[in-house]
Design a protein around this ligand. Structure first.
Ligand code: BDP
Length: 739
């Protein structure tokens, strides 16, 4: 293996290559492997390397021309080598890479080229992934060569064959692939060190200060880079005093963390308090229109960039759940976001402005207010007013990271805004890393959905920026006229908002509390890079990378436990998209059907003796169903077409209402809750069989968590079934015991 080029990330690649050589299996690819920066390829490089440059130059992403292999070298004006390298560089961008494989009489050769060390690093990890799949895929046979792995059709990926050469060009669909840490520097009296953290303490902070040894953070950077994440926000969106000070008096902490992440190309961001000019700067106001406030932020941004030149930008939770914001000064959220954006713009920074804005003091008796539509009502009137370096970060669902919600309609309604979708990798509402819940299917369903109809663009075309600025309906008509399916594909790519996620990692020895929850972190990174992957493909990769050396029986059991685990969780918890029903006192863990029903938080199910569910129709409810593109709005509005799994999110129905499945609502509740517990019991049995094959510490942890999952699933089943039995008075038609 040869690595050509210089620079910090190239050194990282060299170190990775050297490390791999010490491992069993050693080489990441069979035969001869060259990794090279485009600018570092010598004129007398071997033929496949030279061919790779031409290939990258010719393979325009998204719109490959010709066979993707470009014109033969030597055609054109000027120095053809340099011209080809330049063209290849611009095709590949900051993080892309090209892989060329060829057979030579001396054996197979693999060449990876990139314009940057970052691209080279991604190329290396790509090979490692393929190698793991080849050696230790989850299938019982355990052998799937790279040729057996499916080729993705990601927006940034193209692959071509010509003669002896096979060429793949890869680049990420999203430039911004951000993991938000809800870590507190000082331990919060209620939330602790990490808000909604289920993996021990923070990797970064310990009881009020930065950890002196950041060795684990460096390993974490490697884990993130190998998964596809390229940005990390270092502190909680609920910004306390000590956390706010990261921007000023404790900037050294940020410098140290940025140094730990940098070798793997991960850039750091900070959550900031909108009130910083008052709280930290001693000004009398934080009004975004005030020139003194603007000057304060400009100065703060300059100081950060002087210390951390590759700083990413700010994350802001404003006017939400007690956080300060522009509303206090009679300004709107475009005024607030743009003020910060202008402070960052000279340095190339981005503002991630969260759309999670709602009134958490609403009156539960007032059925005309609906938390599900709050973000839409606040933000869609502002479309077109945000500066180019503002990303509006919208939670996947309109309420709050529940196991089942429709997509937030805000994502689809702001064509002139860079929109990011935010998911929760930390399992706040999905079992808190005590329950197995592989979340990728939820994310792929949402990102791959085509809300404007089958001929229209996918949701990930919005987050990647491929349909930004396009009227989606027009894009769809255009696609129909030209006979193409994916109308996003031909559109020029603009800066998209990307994806963001709340991290599930802490200082736990398995990183994520439940060892299997690592799969969620990995899946987020992979989907942020390529949102067209399937949840099952990603699971195969994760199992191969994590359990590659283990016996096939263990690998396939782990895979089976994870696959479908979200369905199991959904079966024994809140039914049919109704959401919440969680315990407020146990921080959203475990059942409490009426826990939020008579509070101000806006999360209701309206169960009474006759029926259950929230009427969000246009005809008789809050009108939320009407906020979607027309066909989807119609689907949701009508009881005839509303998908069963979202029924109670969108409609209030009698218990006797018959679902598309043929069951009544109440019988569905009984059946799924019994079935969910049975499936957990099957999981327990399956795990018991293979646990002796696993590392003893890991086996012990998984065994302990599965036992807790079972206990909790039984609790859920009994409380939910009893509740609905007592409310409705309808007996289980199969006569099972309900307490
Ligand atoms: C809720 C969490 C809360 C977060 C909030 C947010 O319970 O801890 O602060 O989301 O996203 O789901 O800001």
């Amino acid at each position: 293996t040869v690595v050509l080029g210089d620079g910090p990330l190239v050194d990282t690649v060299r170190a990775e290559v050297a490390h791999a050589a010490t491992l069993r299996g050693g080489e990441a690819a069979p035969g001869r492997l060259t990794l090279a920066l485009l600018g570092a390829v010598p004129d007398d490089a071997p033929e496949p390397v030279l061919a790779a440059i031409d290939a990258a130059a010719g393979a325009g992403l998204g719109e490959p021309h010709g066979d993707g292999l470009g014109e033969p070298r030597g055609v054109g004006l000027g120095d053809p080598r340099e011209a080809a390298a330049d063209e290849a560089s611009s095709t590949l961008g900051d993080e892309g890479f090209v892989i060329v494989r060829s057979g030579t009489p001396q054996g197979p050769t693999t060449t990876i080229l990139a314009g940057t060390g970052h691209g080279l690093l991604h190329g290396w990890f790509h090979l490692v992934r393929e190698g793991a799949l080849a050696q230790g895929g989850p299938g019982a046979q355990g052998a799937r060569g790279p040729e057996g792995t499916s080729t993705s059709t990601a927006p940034g990926t193209s692959s071509h064959e010509r003669g002896e050469l096979s060429v793949e060009v890869h680049s990420p669909a999203h430039d911004l692939r951000v993991l938000d840490h809800w870590d507190n520097v000082s331990v919060h009296p209620v939330m602790g060190q990490v808000e909604r953290g289920y993996s021990g303490g923070s990797l970064f902070y310990d009881d009020g200060s930065l950890r002196p040894d950041l060795g684990k953070v460096r390993q974490y950077a490697r884990l993130l880079a190998a998964s596809g994440v390229n940005r990390v926000a270092l502190n909680n969106v609920n910004v306390g005093r000590r956390e706010a000070e990261l921007l000023t008096t404790h900037l050294d902490d940020v410098v140290a963390l940025a140094d730990a992440f940098r070798p793997y190309g991960v850039r750091v961001h900070l959550s900031v308090s909108f009130a910083s000019p008052v709280v930290l700067g001693g000004l009398a106001t934080a009004d975004p229109a005030d020139p003194g406030v603007q000057a304060w932020w400009a100065q703060a941004a300059s100081a950060v960039y002087a210390a951390v030149p590759d700083f990413g930008g700010f994350v802001v939770k404003a006017d939400s759940e007690g956080q300060p914001g522009p509303f206090s000064y009679g300004r709107d959220h475009a005024d607030g976001a743009n003020m910060l954006a202008r402070a960052l713009a000279p340095h190339g920074g981005t503002v991630h402005w969260r759309a999670f804005v709602y009134d958490h003091h609403q009156d539960w008796r007032d059925r005309s207010t609906d938390r599900a539509r709050a973000a839409y009502d606040h933000f869609t009137p502002l479309d077109g007013r945000f500066d180019d370096n503002v990303v509006l970060q919208v939670k996947l669902g309109p309420i709050d990271f529940q196991v089942r919600e429709p997509l937030s309609p805000v994502v689809l309604a702001m064509p002139q805004t860079r929109v990011a979708v935010e998911v929760q990798v930390t399992q706040e509402y999905t079992g808190q890393q005590k329950h197995v819940a592989y979340l990728a299917p939820q994310w792929t369903d949402a990102l791959q959905a085509r809300p404007w109809g089958d001929e229209g663009p996918a949701v990930s075309d919005v987050t990647s920026g491929r349909i930004r600025g396009l009227d989606a309906a027009a894009a769809r008509t255009e696609a129909a006229a030209s006979g193409t399916k994916d109308s996003g594909a031909g559109a020029p790519r603009t800066a998209g908002g990307g994806l963001a996620a709340v991290s599930n990692v802490g200082d736990d020895v398995f990183w994520t509390g439940h060892p299997f929850a690592q799969a969620n972190l990995y899946a987020f990174g992979r989907l942020a890079w390529d949102p067209t992957l399937t949840a099952e493909q990603i699971l195969d990769e994760w199992v191969a990378l994590t359990f590659g050396d283990a016996p096939a029986e263990l690998r396939s059991t782990v895979r089976n436990l994870l696959s479908g685990s979200l369905d199991v969780y959904e079966q024994y918890t809140a039914p049919l998209g109704v959401g919440f029903m969680v315990s407020p006192t146990r921080h959203h863990y475990g059942p409490d059907v009426d826990g939020y029903e008579y509070t101000a938080w806006g999360t209701y199910h309206f169960a009474d003796r006759d029926g259950v569910g929230v009427d969000r129709t246009r005809a008789t409810g809050t009108g939320f169903a009407g906020l979607f593109p027309p066909e989807l709005a119609q689907t949701y509005e009508s009881l005839d077409t509303c998908p069963d799994e979202l029924l109670l999110f969108l409609h209030h129905v009698p218990y006797s209402h018959v679902l598309h499945s043929g069951k009544t609502v109440v019988q569905h509740i009984y059946d799924t809750h019994f079935a969910g517990v049975e499936r957990v019991e099957e999981m327990l049995t399956a795990w018991e069989k293979v646990a002796p094959l696993a590392d003893p510490d890991l086996a012990a942890r998984v065994t302990e968590r599965l036992a807790e999952q079972h206990r909790s699933a039984v609790e859920w089943r009994d409380q939910i079934n009893t509740y609905f039995f007592r409310k409705s008075g309808v007996a289980d038609e199969r006569g099972r015991r309900i307490y």
